[in-house]
Design a protein around this ligand. Structure first.
Ligand SMILES: Cc1ncc(COP(=O)(O)O)c(C=O)c1O
Length: 416
């Protein structure tokens, strides 16, 4: 059974002042997760987690992660700005973008971020903007790799990264052009619960690093295993053992890197693993509908959490105060969008839900609020950080109508 780090009473307290829906992030859970990750890779001198900002782009979270030693993985100008304003600067920013604009490269270069090139043609593209930086990373797509799943699709169909031949040529070219420090990045799976994913990925990238040494006398200084580590969304699934993963990567490292007299810093760019399990979307049951099926209508919609609609993802739901109640049947838990895929759950066994009950949607801390949107004029909801004493701090207010209208060509009267 999935448990919660707060009680129904806590939620009743919070909702006295804050209307649902809203997100709550568990600070203690998040801190422990990052601390354990750093312990698991403490054997590696340069280890750094570059948190994938796209997963939870909130400066309060980024500042907390900075305190724990993290950098950021950014993919756009606003993500770089968010990072810098949160105190994460220079080489603590990995700029892992694709189909990058001139403007984005300019901002990344100006801020001294590590540029992770998604394609070989970007060498020339970048050179037209500014002299190549001394440090460059290249993104690798080997075409084949076990563990690929539905979200990433088959690597031959993936738009990301360079082929084997391209990445070798890219490194040779970059060295000839004066680049001095090199890194290799690869993300070949998403939401992967198989603990051998990172060790096997490390093996694949270390092999390439060894070739770079042999063929071009290039010392690859860092390897970025990127994101892709999964979390147990479904009750029966087991969380990965990060210490075991760290240890297995260490064994591969010793055999392939250390024994060859090399030294490589390991970087990760996790998003989901870091914040996913520690974020909760709290929503209220506002309608009950019986037609061909049973529907529980809630005040959140897929504008607040898109994953079920987009990927058919499972998110566990707890009806507060009814954690141990018997299932009363199967229900679709639905939002109010004029879209039939606006469903947080389909045919889900739940206890009897009464109007006014609070429902907690689990594992919404990564790619949750961040993917929100404004379809049907739905306003984005607020985010709160829950401290260990269960007090909450608003770290993003809910959108107002003015926020929604602000980009339109309208007069002041309209806004009022
Ligand atoms: C380049 C890059 N790095 C890191 C991540 C984070 O992945 P995850 O949240 O699965 O750890 C993503 C996710 O899309 C990504 O595209």
């Amino acid at each position: 059974m999935k448990t919660l780090p707060f009680s129904k009473e806590d939620v009743l307290n919070w909702t006295k002042n804050h209307p649902t829906p809203f997100y709550v992030y568990d600070e203690a859970g998040l801190r422990k997760c990052v601390t354990d990750l750093y312990k698991a890779f403490s054997w590696n001198k340069g280890f750094c987690e570059y948190f994938a900002v796209k997963a939870l782009p909130n400066p309060s979270i980024l500042r907390l992660l900075k305190e724990l030693g993290c950098g950021t993985d950014c993919a756009s100008e606003p993500e770089i700005v968010l990072s810098v304003k949160s105190g994460i600067t220079g080489k603590k920013i990995m700029f892992s973008s694709n189909e990058t604009t001139v403007r984005e490269y300019e901002v990344a270069l100006k801020n001294g971020a590590i540029i992770n090139l998604d394609d070989i043609t970007h060498i020339e593209f970048l050179e037209k903007i500014a002299p190549l930086p001394e440090t460059i990373c290249c993104r690798y797509n080997p075409g084949k790799f076990r563990n690929t799943n539905d979200i990433m699709g088959h690597l031959y169909d993936s738009k990301f990264g360079m082929t084997y031949d391209q990445i070798k040529l890219a490194f040779k070219t970059l060295k000839e052009k004066g680049v001095k420090h090199f890194g290799i990045h690869a993300m070949l799976a998403s939401c992967c619960l198989e603990e051998d994913y990172y060790p096997r990925l490390a093996e694949e990238i270390f092999a390439l690093a060894l070739e770079m040494k042999k063929d071009f006398d290039i010392n690859v200084e860092f390897v970025d295993l990127s994101g892709g580590i999964g979390i147990p969304y479904k009750p029966g699934e087991q969380p990965v053992d990060i210490f075991k993963i760290g240890d297995e990567v260490r064994k591969v490292y010793e055999r392939m890197v250390e024994d060859n007299g090399l030294e490589i810093a390991i970087f990760t760019e996790m998003g989901r693993y870091i914040t996913g399990p520690y974020g909760y979307l709290i929503t209220k049951a506002i309608h009950y509908k019986h037609i061909y099926k049973e529907y529980i209508g809630v005040d959140a919609s897929c504008c607040d959490l898109m994953r079920p609609a987009m990927y058919g993802s499972y998110h566990h739901i707890t009806v507060l105060g009814k954690e141990n109640a018997e299932a009363a049947g199967k229900f679709d838990v639905v939002g109010s969008l004029c879209e039939n895929n606006d469903k947080f759950a389909v045919d889900r066994k739940l206890p009897k839900v009464d109007i006014g009950d609070y429902l907690v949607i689990h594992d919404a801390g990564a790619h949750g609020h961040a993917m929100g949107y404004n379809y049907n004029g739905k306003l984005r909801c607020a985010e709160f950080l829950m401290h260990p004493d269960k007090s909450i701090k608003m770290i993003r207010r809910a959108q107002t109508m003015n926020d929604y209208f602000i980009t339109l060509d309208i007069d002041e009267d309209f806004k009022r």
